[in-house]
Write a new protein. Structure first.
Length: 164
């Protein structure tokens, strides 16, 4: 969803700048709720105040909710249809590609400094390793670890007289 929101809000409509989108991603990922809804709410509020925030949030939530609600009413019978079962497999693949696309875009914009690159590649390696070894690895643990390491490096940088 990040790449779709970014494409719509930054590239096509110019509602927010690329820098605002990057900051928005950081804030939206650290607040409760799906990132796409948090992004839509922010952009809606930025464009139309409270009314814009409510409309953007409803516009993001209602279509999916209504489709999932309709499907859930008939899910057992629905999945018996091979075309639908195959479509769900395709959706899983599409979601994976969208996640990779969003990650690739963010990695390309990551400052070419050792710490951000180490955190990005280290997290990717940890997630892949956990997946291969079938380990349960919480993304919360990864985010907290990356945040702690960043704060530690920032603190050491300031102590040494640098910018951090």
């Amino acid at each position: 969803m990040i790449s779709i929101v970014e494409d719509a809000c930054v590239d096509k409509r110019g509602w927010i700048s690329r820098e605002e989108m990057e900051e928005l991603i950081v804030v939206a990922e650290s607040t409760p709720g799906p990132i796409a809804i948090n992004c839509a709410t922010y952009v809606g509020a930025r464009q139309g105040g409270l009314r814009g925030a409510v409309c953007a949030t409803l516009g993001m939530v209602l279509p999916s909710f209504l489709v999932i609600f309709a499907i859930s009413r008939f899910l057992d019978r629905f999945l018996e249809i091979s075309l639908i079962a195959n479509a769900f497999r395709g959706v899983k693949l599409a979601v994976g590609i969208l996640i990779l696309d969003a990650g690739w875009r963010m990695l390309k914009r990551t400052p070419k400094k050792p710490l951000p690159l180490f955190l990005s590649l280290g997290t990717l390696a940890a997630v892949l390793l956990a997946s291969i070894l079938d380990l349960r690895l919480s993304s919360v643990v990864l985010m907290l670890g990356a945040g702690a390491l960043s704060l530690l490096c920032f603190g050491l940088g300031r102590k040494g007289g640098g910018k951090g």
